[in-house]
Design a protein around this ligand. Sequence first.
Ligand code: SF4
Length: 373
Amino acid sequence: MLPRHLYVHVPFCGRRCVYCDFSIAVRREVPVDEFAAAVGSELAIRQLSAAPIELDTLYLGGGTPSRLGGDGVAQLIDMIRDAVALAPGAEVTIEANPDDVTPAAAARWRAAGVNRLSLGAQSFDDAVLIWMHRTHDAEAIRCAVDAARQAGIDNLSLDLIFALPQQLGRSWEADLSRALELSPEHVSLYGLTIEPQTPLGRAHRRGQVVDAPDERYEREFLEAHDMLGAAGFEHYEVSNYGLASRHSRHNAAYWSGAAYLGVGPSAHGFDGDIRRWNRTAYADWLRALSARSDPIQGDETLTADNRSAEVVYLGLRTSRGVVLEESELAHVAPWIDAGWAVIDGSRRLVLTPRGWLRLDALSADLTAFRSRY
Ligand code: SF4
């Protein structure tokens, strides 16, 4: 299958957030020319067939793609358009930190084809943002939304993090309300996880930070489901809420098992059979491309068991669900009784928000059950 989706990992960040274990390159000055040229080189390597690739979605993620600036993002998109075509109506998303979204930058991005902005808001509490080591404050979020709207970007997503340590005294309800006041079309929520190799992980080991108990994680997740649902958002994937027709088309492609290209350090790609991933460190990725070699670090061919597990996991994490066999109905009956799932008239099993809180365990259970028959 020819890919119709492209992810470009832009690794640059101004500094590392306290909880972040992503592959990033901390840079005061972003090497725009070097990076755009390297993306062009990798796209030339990834041209898998003589047939031209036409994209339904392009996603600039990171890292912080907005640190490329107005002209830098336009330069990168021009480089991408030299290698692949964008289909009419293609969704073009950029992830941005609020303090990078100036009126001039937003206008330049829009002119270059960006029509969706994913804003890393995380919280509207300035003390929390300082604790996170973010580079923006709450006022910068409002200014960024204004700038995006003025530039004509009418598809805007806000990222928020929940289940923060109790000691921060953060009001989750207040943050959700502040987010809704900005009238986004989409909201993504992530529960804080304390990764061992991060500054937060080290503080946790020293006993300076206590993670949120499971009850609060669940309470905040369900509170968000209720508040966003009341505001007209569809909870269409475990972490994602969108107004009708404003669901992320790019991420939906991942969850449907579609083929996609991934370029940039640590980026993953999938051709329908083989999943591949790039070298993680920016310098390693760049060195490979400078030597005209493929920056791939590894790949795996999906087995029948892998595929079966993915069908279950990808289906259950979305409101699309999974179609059951007749013989599976009795197995999941306790899930229905517990309020973790529902089954529609087409034998489609869909998890409820309470079920999504148990997504990994329920997916593993159904996968194991299927493997026995
Ligand atoms: S902006 Fe995002 S990618 Fe960069 S350090 Fe913070 S969390 Fe990590």
